[in-house]
Design a binder for this molecule. Structure first.
Ligand code: B12
Length: 230
């Protein structure tokens, strides 16, 4: 049976295109390192004004599936790498610039702790900037020592930590304990795959909260910002 969404003619109108087929198509484009096609699938599938929803319903699950296939030995690490790079380019082209009307806010920062999976942080940062917050970006591959030093030097009040590797997530426990010793008032939000796989991990590492997805981060940060002002 011919699939209407896969023909060239159908690519520009995909409102009724089944999500599972769109995802499969995206995954194939990523694994074939076809950045043009991947970009077109995203453009055609996502309505203007909802880039974050699009990221979370198309790009994130497609990358997760690529990861699962790599784990199963079906695809090469180079394909995972190129899939990540292509998605980074797409994400960069889609995300809105920061909202110029900055809110009156506590000092905030974000980092990827001992890990080089940067895409999640990139999205969370954009969601918060688009929501009116300004944050210091400490980058990725940040060590525990560096993070403690930076957060206490800058007197950060709300800290967001992203980790995609389990060992890095476990290391956040030491970072959080050391930061709390020096600055007990700092609120810490963690996120990333290990915290999703183990829903109790955020409590075990001593965080104040965890975010499953970038889309819920703004609400979380709004709540914390209100708490620290009280
Ligand atoms: C793409 C990818 C890569 C790319 C990264 C490209 C880049 N620049 O980021 C490359 C190829 C470089 C890579 C390398 C490696 N990877 Co990798 N990678 C992935 C993959 C497939 C997708 C990750 C991703 O980008 N997802 C899309 C983003 C947008 O989603 P996200 O990060 O989860 O973020 C969302 C939420 O989690 C949340 N979020 C994230 N952070 C935060 C923080 C806060 C505060 C909040 C509120 C929310 C939040 O918001 C985001 C948007 O909704 C995952 C599989 C997976 N299931 O996650 C494996 C995975 C993370 N990688 C893995 C591994 C093992 C590796 C390598 C060690 C492989 C190797 N042998 O070299 C290296 C290590 C690199 C390093 N030192 O960091 C493992 C980790 C296993 C583990 N338990 O620790 C995974 C889970 C694959 C697997 N199933 O085995 N990887």
């Amino acid at each position: 049976m011919e699939n209407p969404g896969i023909t060239e003619a159908g690519l520009d109108s995909r409102k009724n295109f089944p999500v599972s087929l769109r995802l499969a198509e995206m995954e194939t484009a990523l694994l074939s390192v076809d950045r043009v096609k991947a970009g077109r699938i995203v453009r055609d599938s996502c309505t203007a004004g909802s880039p974050f929803t699009c990221l979370e319903t198309l790009i994130v699950p497609a990358l997760e599936e690529v990861g699962r296939r790599w784990e199963a030995g079906d695809v090469a690490l180079s394909q995972v790498y190129m899939s990540g790079r292509i998605c980074e380019e797409i994400v960069d082209s889609m995300l809105p610039a920061g909202d110029p009307r900055r809110v009156d806010q506590p000092k905030m920062a974000i980092a990827v702790l001992e890990d080089h999976h940067t895409l999640g942080k990139r999205i969370v940062l954009s969601v918060l900037r688009a929501g009116g917050y300004e944050l210091t970006d400490y980058g990725h591959g940040v060590s525990v020592d560096q993070l403690v030093e930076q957060v206490t030097r800058d007197k950060v009040i709300i800290l967001l930590i992203s980790t995609l590797m389990l060992p890095a997530a476990l290391r956040s426990k030491e970072a959080i304990a050391r930061i709390r010793k020096i600055q007990p008032g700092t609120k810490i939000i963690v996120g990333g795959a290990p915290f999703i796989f183990d829903p109790m991990l955020w409590k075990e590492v001593g965080a104040d909260a965890m975010g499953h997805a970038a889309s819920e981060t703004l609400e979380l940060v709004n709540r914390m910002a209100a708490e620290v002002k009280r």
